[in-house]
Design a binder for this molecule. Sequence first.
Ligand SMILES: [Zn+2]
Length: 291
Amino acid sequence: MSELRQRFYIEDCPIRGEVVHLEKVLQTILAQRDYPQAIEVLLGEMLSATALLASTLKIKGRISLQIQAAGTFKWAMAECDHLGQLRASADYQEDPRFAEGTDSSTVLKALVSPVLFINIEPEVGERYQGIIALERDTLAGCLMQYYDLSAQIPTKIRLASTAQRAGGLLIQLLPRNSEEEQQRVDEDLWPRLTLLTETLKAQELIELDATEILYRLYNEEEVRLPEVELLSFGCTCSKDRCANALIHIGAEAVRETLEFQNPITMDCQFCSTRYTFTAEEALGLFGKHLS
Ligand SMILES: [Zn+2]
């Protein structure tokens, strides 16, 4: 099994974590466009990261990571919902620097005026948007810094990806229940587990099964494994959402578009589904305002 998220707990300790693996989901997403290697690897890491972060949410809804930049790399987005459905896409101009890369640092280094957002969209309730500083070489480094500074939850994250397979591991130190526990965990167990986490090679994270990774790293502890969660490719696009986008740009812009494109076609950047609006349908969205 490869499209999965495996939660784990260290018995009798305020430490939890997740391992994710993506294979077909990643390949399906990367097949939407002819991405160069460095961008494939970045998207693989972003997908693993959103799958890891989604596991920390206690709400129904979606979490996404979004990079925006001003140079040849325009944007990238990866999203995961509470059902484990993932999607991702990126937009960029040709750049020889993107031709090869083994981790997210290749693209991160090439970004001009970049911003990395973390978005949480609950089905009910208020949206949250945080900004993550891009001050570390890799995506995992940036996310760990964010957790340390903003969420103040000690967190270790490892991410790795090729064009075929991606993997991620997150381990977090939760609030301790007593001073005795705090001393025992903070001074011994947590530093030891984070050091072990760093020893995992990227190739091992990508290729080994979740249970094997956990055994290799933490076999001195009692690791408890709840049932795995399955991950899948899923897009949330719909004709209604496209209609909302047309309403958003306004009747005037829609009329102008119809002069050179009739019917209006809109291709989803995440799944390539094509939505078509005849002139009547498109203008009908504006109802009485048009007459
Ligand atoms: Zn779609």
